[in-house]
Design a protein around this ligand. Structure first.
Ligand code: GDP
Ligand code: MG
Length: 175
């Protein structure tokens, strides 16, 4: 609920990253508190909303989660047009998805909105035994591109709220 006199921020958030990295799972964990081991691949675009209340503002997220971006490996401008935040997701147990994440970051940098809040997410942190991407590699990529970095697990419900709260805080600060 919005508090009286509290600023309300309406923000579009887009998710990018390879198929199977857990984008849909992250959103479902955040919005519904659910996780599925056999998460169905996203068909077309899925759209979710969620509200976060901070002391300084209430942030209403419109979250766009698509599948087509993954297949064509190019970013349709209409997808990120008007976005306030973009989240690039890789799977820390797959170096291939990290290499792809670098491409998504480059692509995002080209789109020109310098106010866009960028997050880099290393998902599936519960698979520590299968880790292929060190935290330092993620941290470095994030730092080079003015992104914030976080390791999450949609499965174990680790750092999911932290991810979205950090974005909300940055949105509140920038508005
Ligand atoms: P998307 O294609 O990026 O939307 O990925 P999905 O959300 O469909 O997830 C792909 C697969 O990875 C599914 O089988 C999920 O159950 C699984 N998955 C998603 N997040 C995690 C996680 O944090 N840990 C583990 N172990 N599996 C996950
Ligand atoms: Mg999906």
């Amino acid at each position: 609920m919005a508090r009286p006199g509290n600023k309300i921020i309406h923000a579009k958030l887009v998710l990018l990253g390879d198929m199977g990295t857990g984008k849909t799972s992250l959103v479902l964990r955040f919005v519904k508190g659910q996780f599925f081991d056999n998460q169905e691949p996203t068909i077309g675009a899925a759209f979710f909303t969620q509200i976060l209340s901070l002391s300084e503002a209430t942030v209403k997220f419109d979250i766009w989660d698509t599948a087509g971006q993954e297949r064509y490996h190019s970013l349709a401008p209409m997808y990120y047009r008007g976005a306030a935040a973009a989240v690039v997701v890789y799977d820390m147990s797959s170096m291939d998805t990290f290499v792809r994440a670098k491409k998504w970051v480059q692509e995002l940098k080209k789109q020109g909105n310098t106010n866009l809040i960028l997050a880099l997410v290393a998902n599936k942190s519960d698979l520590e035994a299968e880790r292929e991407v060190d935290s330092e590699e993620g941290q470095q990529l994030a730092q080079e591109n003015g992104m914030f970095f976080i390791e999450t697990s949609a499965k174990a419900s680790l750092n999911i709220n932290e991810l979205f709260y950090e974005i909300a805080k940055r949105l509140a600060k920038a508005s």
